[in-house]
Design a protein around this ligand. Sequence first.
Ligand code: HEC
Length: 197
Amino acid sequence: MRMRPALIAAAVMALCACGDASGAGGADASPSRLGLGREVAPHEVAKFDRDVGPDGAELPPGQGTVAEGATIYAAKCASCHGAKGEGMTGGFPAVIGRPANAEGFPFGGSSEPLDRTIGNYWPYATTVFDYVRRAMPQLTPGTLSDAEVYSLTAYLLAANQVIPMDATLDAASLRAVKMPYQDRFVPDNRKGGREVK
Ligand code: HEC
């Protein structure tokens, strides 16, 4: 018990001593004082700041068709998600399909298992683009061009009967797509509890 404050004091002293010859203590521990790191240039941040939100404001230029998406899907996605997007055992989810038990599915409060797909569950078309661009293919994320992601998004939405099979998607047309079950999602704006958003 009596040792503990002494140990903490020693640890704090050791931290403060780092890079501070004046002995004034670690009041200013800014990176320049420590001689570490550098400012990150905006073009470097842009490489990582690539998320696209529900309103699609950040969607990049470019476009793609359902037909192109089908070809890319067969080459880069079918090995895990199945030739028809039906998914595979072992944790590879279905990406195509509107299972009968999920048409008009009850949201919450139901014990009936729900096969969730892009067609019956995703609230925004824009976030299909976002997810595929950032996370897929699972083993090589970030390797798809924006045009390829537009094509894949077009294919996935068409195969889920959300847009026509001859559709071409770009930023404006993707923003305009309304997902069939969007209205089943409600913004959780409750206050007073633990917020984990
Ligand atoms: C190496 C296997 C693999 C490949 C290849 C792959 N995926 Fe996936 N994908 C996964 C796994 C695993 C998940 C589930 C990830 C999770 O839940 O965290 C997933 C999830 C997804 C989802 C979200 C499904 C949902 O409703 O939750 C989409 C959409 C998707 N992948 C699209 C694609 C597309 C498009 C391609 C091709 C460019 C692709 N995937 C290639 C393994 C793969």
